[in-house]
Design a protein around this ligand. Sequence first.
Ligand code: PLP
Length: 396
Amino acid sequence: MSNDLQSFYRHIAQTSDGPMGLEIDRAEECFLYTTDGKRYVDLISGIAVSSLGHRHPAVIDAIKKQVDKHLHVMVYGEFIQSPQSRLAKLLCDQLPEKLDRVYFVNSGTEANEGAIKLAKKYTGRHKLVAFHNSYHGDTHGSLSVTGRNIYRDPYEPLLPGVHFIDFNDAAGLKEIDDSTAAVIMEPIQGEGGIIPAEKNWLKAIRKRCDETGTLLIFDEIQTGFFRTGSLFAYQYYDVIPDILCLAKAMGGGMPIGAFVSSSEIFEVFKYEPPLNHVTTFGGHPVSCAAAHANLRVLLSQDFAEKALAIEKTARRILKGHGIVELRGRGAMLGLQLMNADLTAKVVKDCFSKGIILGWTLHSNSLIRIAPPLIIELEHLQEIFQRIMEAVIKHVN
Ligand code: PLP
């Protein structure tokens, strides 16, 4: 056993009894290389992160240039730092007029924490509406709006005033009322099992929020940056949120997140008291430089079409036998199999053949498929055929 391996099991806090345990040597494009000389194709992109693959040259170049200039200099919002300003401008240029101001953070859960605080302070209300089966992160605020009891129960009491309603069910809309600060939701539930919202239902939520003065928060932490066939999923739905939360694929492999809203809404962070929402490392210059390069590359090619081509390829091959359904949009797909046992066998079989697949947090009978958007379609077709072979082999 290598020293690193020993130390991993002895000193790194473990999050389950059965970590995948790959000892990573390096990663490049769609591949991970392990210290025992094996190569794995990454079909989950580090959980929807590496959309441009691993170590995209433009991202690496931007990181190196920034490292030669400066690292951390001052807590968020005090100094003018070019990587932050350039990234905020490029991002806002892609967004509707009312999403014109960005608050950078380090992760997805921090984006949601900030969005919840912003909505509470702006509306002066504290009731929140969230959804069964949702996932918004593991810090206390985000966990409070995460709709799965087994993850919540050990940490109760959580935030008071959170009301859960069913996803894609119009009956719950009456919960959104004049005392609601915000509705927080994923346009396509990720960890809940890749469940897309229905278009008309989402529009009805927007309408109900407008009627009641409730802010609509879209957690696009997993759906963002072309994963679902448009830069952001709200474009497909034609529903603009009041606050947009981002992270994961934003940094091209570097840690960064953001919550984006209007200048008017963000005013409340400036006063009573000043500095009521600050962060030391949020918007780190190296992460911002990487995210800027990442977004430029994403915008320079047709990744919207590529994500949809990935879905088309999957739908052509992944069907029949033990497959119940292929859900999702673009390159955010979930392969629902007959049961957990079959799913575990297929994931294990593919793993032994050098294909990294995974589950989603709330489902053990669904295989997550979220390849890097740069993957060659011919290569992907081969991989899907291998997955299909594994399903056929284990279904009986
Ligand atoms: N929101 C969604 C929809 C996510 O999928 C995740 C992570 O999987 C998060 C929030 C939390 O992001 P992070 O792990 O960066 O805190």
